[in-house]
Design a protein around this ligand. Structure first.
Ligand code: AMP
Length: 297
């Protein structure tokens, strides 16, 4: 898992990052911690960053990008990492994108801890008091004056990253004013939802057949329906033409019958006059002969 925790100084990024490290076994990469270590070690980077940090300004982009580029190459970062305090500017975010792309790595999410600015001073004061109690060295930039400068540089240079990652659909905003446990729980929910959507997307990508199945099944169903419809249509047409044919045949036979009956009638009528005529003729002939006989007598 690769995460970015975004938020102004005092938002609780460091605290939440440590809890995520414990839970997920990944490393926290804090540019602030790395720069402080460099300052303490007196390295060239440390020497360059010392004054800038003490005044609440931002160390040049190329310096922090160089540090991060080397750090994510380390074996302990292979499993994943939480970026805390980086990126802090849009050019740093763009450099990170290029870096991850080159290393073939994917950024999973950016969690923004949104806090009420008026509460931040109080938080930093509490942090300083607690560090004093533990006997820890107080950060040079944990003063009210430097804090207000760090806040204004956050507003001007870092806040645009909210839009930057929101446009990339990577941003999840969590209310940082809740208790530490509540914020942790909320981040947990965000990451769980992300993991769930990621695994379902992976499953869909793994089995393109499965995702294609409903479509082809639907296609098959439609084809079956069409075939059934066509068969029904053909059957209906065949039935209709058969009906028509039998009707025609019946009509034809009826006509034939009628014609033959008519013909028979004609034959009969033709025969009858003929025989009647001859009978009449015969009768006439007989009458004539009888007349002749009477005359002779
Ligand atoms: P932080 O511990 O994250 O509040 O950082 C402490 C100081 O380190 C900041 O006020 C900056 O001066 C410097 N710093 C940390 N991270 C960055 C960064 N990504 N870009 C520029 N300066 C940084």
């Amino acid at each position: 898992m690769r995460l970015i925790l975004l938020g102004p100084p005092g938002a609780g990024k460091g605290t939440q990052a440590q809890l995520l490290v414990q839970k997920h076994g990944i490393v926290q990469l804090s540019t602030g911690d790395m720069l402080r270590a460099a300052v303490a070690a007196g390295t060239p980077v440390g020497l360059q960053a010392k004054e800038i940090m003490a005044s609440g300004g931002l160390v040049p982009d190329e310096v922090v990008v160089g540090i991060i580029s080397d750090r994510i190459e380390q074996p302990d970062a292979k499993k994943g990492f939480i970026l805390d305090g980086f990126p802090r500017t849009v050019p740093q975010a763009q450099a990170l994108d290029a870096l991850l792309k080159k290393k073939n790595l994917k950024l999973d999410a950016v969690v923004e801890l949104r806090v009420n600015e008026s509460a931040l001073l109080q938080r930093v004061e509490t942090r300083v008091a607690q560090m004093r109690e533990r006997g820890e060295a107080i950060r040079a930039d944990d003063t009210p004056e430097v804090l207000s400068k760090r806040l204004s540089s956050y507003r001007a240079q870092t806040e645009p990253l909210v839009d930057y990652y929101s446009e990339k659909r990577k941003l999840a905003t969590v209310d940082g004013m809740m208790s530490i446990d509540e914020v942790t729980a909320k981040i947990g929910q965000v990451l769980a939802a992300l993991a769930a959507s990621d695994s379902s997307a992976k499953a869909a990508a793994k089995s393109p057949k499965k995702s294609g199945k409903p479509r082809s099944a639907a296609k098959a169903k439609t084809a079956k329906k069409t075939t059934k419809k066509a068969a029904k249509k053909t059957k209906k047409a065949a039935k209709k033409s058969a009906k028509k044919a039998s009707k025609g045949a019946r009509k034809a036979s009826k006509a034939t019958k009628k014609a033959s009956r008519k013909a028979g009638k004609k034959v009969k009528s033709a025969k009858r006059p003929k025989s009647a005529k001859s009978a009449k003729k015969t009768a006439k002939k007989r009458a004539k002969a009888a007349k002749r006989l009477t005359k002779r007598r």
